[in-house]
Ligand binder design. Structure first.
Ligand code: 3HC
Length: 302
């Protein structure tokens, strides 16, 4: 990939160039959706091997969408995939990735210090009007943004897995996020064909604040021996219309991710203690490296 994007931004002041830090499942998904919808996107990660993994994720998802959208028309499938790739370039130099970009979306590891270090560095070298956004699911936006001198141009932009399929994006405003920044993020989200909702900078925002306690309650229900994992999943799919049962979904999201969300909330002390009480089963699985689908086993074996 060696795309040379124009460095001139049209004078309508709207966002054209996006840089995504992190080429994991979320980062790659965000890159793909942005590129599919005409943004020029740079995917940044610290090692070429991670970039290659991200490219594989995008490839698999694009061919799935192409087949669905263009059925037996192989030429259109090919052209859709090629056009999307022509909007993507990759970079392992994090400073270079920030050059001439209008929006930075960070989707790296869920660690406050690591995120702060990245943004601190990017704050010094990015254009003054570049907007910074974090895809964090568990850290307060204000804690990440306070390291920068552009807190007015900082917000949360929270996507859901699988990014190409899930229609929602949560936009997290903290006290300092300007109206202009917020409106630009609403615009970007809609141009990515997603539906934005707005939430204050509170633990879990909207979706995870409701979803994670529900998932944890399911684990407690099974742990008490009141129903089997399989029956709880069947019950929530057939009785409550969920696309996946809570154990399938936990394995899909990643048990390490869930554990880090709950542990973070417990430390934070803002959420009712009963909702975030430690769960032995979850802690044990994570300790054993059974992190869900991505590691081949979690509540189920894959
Ligand atoms: N790329 C593109 N399309 C994809 C895709 C991907 N990676 N994954 C699934 N799809 C599409 C399929 O092509 C299919 O499209 P169609 O309905 O138009 O034909 C559709 O999704 C359904 O896929 P499948 O038929 O293969 O499988 P399912 O019907 O089992 O759906 C699912 C898969 C979309 C993952 C569905 O089970 C689902 O919605 N599960 C719940 C996901 C969820 O709750 N995600 C949020 C997790 S919380 C989170 O992310 C927040 C974080 O901070 C923790």
């Amino acid at each position: 990939l060696n795309n040379n994007f124009s460095t001139t931004t049209p004078n309508n002041n709207s966002i054209q160039n996006i840089t995504v830090y992190g080429s994991g499942l979320m980062g790659a998904g965000i890159v793909q959706v942005a590129a599919q919808n005409g943004f020029k996107v740079t995917m940044v990660d610290i090692e070429q091997a991670f970039i290659e993994k991200g490219k594989k994720i995008i490839d698999a998802s694009l061919s799935r969408i192409a087949k669905k959208q263009f059925k037996d028309d192989e030429n259109s499938q090919k052209s859709f995939i090629e056009t999307t790739w022509s909007n993507i370039k990759t970079e392992t130099n994090s400073e270079k990735g920030a050059e001439n970009t209008d929006l930075i979306i960070e989707a790296i590891v869920e660690n406050l210090e690591t995120k702060q270090n990245l943004f601190k560095k990017l704050d010094k070298i990015s254009k003054p009007n570049t907007i910074f956004a974090s895809n964090t699911s568990s850290l307060p936006i204000s804690e990440i943004s306070k390291i920068t001198e552009r807190q007015d141009k900082f917000a949360g932009l929270h996507f859901f897995n699988p990014v190409p399929q899930m229609k929602l994006v949560e936009i997290i405003k903290n006290d300092q996020t300007s109206e202009d920044t917020y409106q630009k993020l609403v615009d970007v989200t809609k141009r990515m064909k997603k539906t934005p909702v707005t939430c204050k900078d509170t633990p879990g925002f909207i979706v995870n604040r409701l979803l994670v306690p529900y998932l944890m309650e399911a684990v407690r229900l099974a742990e008490r021996g009141e129903a089997t994992t399989e029956d709880i999943d069947t019950a929530m799919k057939l009785g409550a219309g969920m696309p996946m049962g809570p154990f399938e979904l936990s394995d899909f999201v990643g048990l390490d991710t869930l554990k880090s969300i709950v542990d973070g909330w417990r430390k934070d002390g803002k959420i009712d203690a009963g909702l975030v009480a430690p769960i032995k089963k979850l802690d044990d699985l994570v300790k054993e490296g059974k992190l869900g689908r991505k590691s081949g086993a979690g509540f189920y074996t894959y």
